[in-house]
Design a protein around this ligand. Structure first.
Ligand code: ADP
Ligand code: MG
Length: 263
């Protein structure tokens, strides 16, 4: 990217990942009615990294994602997107526009619209359904929709109503709806819950293929799935990082074993 283009992106509120790191969380704390859900949490994610976050129920995984996306404000600590964007001073829409996409557990596609229309709606963001469905796509936008359909494996289904898709296909469509917004960081909460074995395999391929172009943070309970995609794994426990490393390293860590046996 030229210096000029780089600056324009900055001005538009996009992150500066020139130091490799796309997400910095430092010493975050959140209490709910005196209960410490997040406790001196520090975590760094590199641009393009695929990171798995595991940890027992109540470890603070969802609360961490709520902080990153601006839904929950911490009592103290720092959260930066790239070098310059202070997430704690940004609204939820500003954070989404800056390039953080979040996939919730339950798919939220527009069931009566086709697969392609769902992607178009997501691409136009907040301009409204009516505008989105009537606005003609330019060549670049059409190419992006086509590329996204291919990535999420739904090319042959583009004219079907989203409501007719299988559970797994809806999940992929929703990932596609995030991708057309060109996120730098994707947060994915329990992507394979309720999926068939085959759909899980396809989801593993999909998330792995996204890394490199986007940083992807996956929270997941299914350990076989985590093992199938894991590079670096972070174990959360009682609102802090308990262990971090390869899947083998964290699984052999006595502190991790103790926490999971105690569940
Ligand atoms: N809005 C809230 N009000 C009160 N307690 C909450 C709230 N959100 C989360 N908690 C509590 O904070 C802890 C961490 O929750 P959560 O982040 O959902 O964990 P995880 O996603 O790892 O299972 C849990 O004990 C949960 O009950
Ligand atoms: Mg959770």
């Amino acid at each position: 990217m030229s210096e000029g283009a780089h600056l324009r992106k900055q001005e538009a509120g996009r992150p500066d990942a020139s130091h490799q790191t796309i997400l910095y969380l430092e010493d975050l704390n959140v209490s709910f009615d005196g209960f410490k859900a997040i406790n001196n949490l520090s975590l760094h994610i590199d641009a393009g990294e695929l990171r798995c976050i595991i940890g027992p129920n109540g470890a603070g995984k969802t609360t961490m994602m709520d902080i990153i996306t601006g839904k929950t404000r911490p009592d103290s600590g720092k959260a930066f997107f790239g070098q310059t964007l202070d997430l704690l001073r940004m609204s939820e829409p500003e954070i989404a526009n800056a390039g953080i996409g979040r996939k919730f557990q339950k798919p939220t596609v527009f069931e009566s619209h086709t697969v392609a229309e769902n992607l178009e709606l997501a691409m136009h963001g907040d301009k409204g359904v009516w505008h989105s469905l009537w606005a003609k796509l330019n060549g670049e936008q059409q190419a992006q929709i086509d590329a996204t359909l291919l990535t999420i494996g739904l090319t042959e289904h583009y004219r079907r109503p989203a409501g007719a898709l299988s559970h797994g296909q809806k999940q992929w469509l929703e990932i596609g709806m995030l991708l057309v917004q060109k996120p730098y960081l994707l947060l994915v909460d329990e992507p394979v819950a309720g999926m068939t074995h085959q759909e899980m395999g396809r989801t593993a391929e999909l998330l792995t293929s996204l890394a490199g172009q986007h940083a992807v943070v996956v929270v997941e309970h299914d350990m076989d799935f985590v093992r199938s995609i894991a590079r670096k794994v972070t174990v959360l426990h009682q609102g802090s990082v308990l262990a971090e490393g390869s899947m083998d390293e964290v699984q052999d860590d006595p502190r991790v074993i103790e926490v999971y046996l105690g569940e």
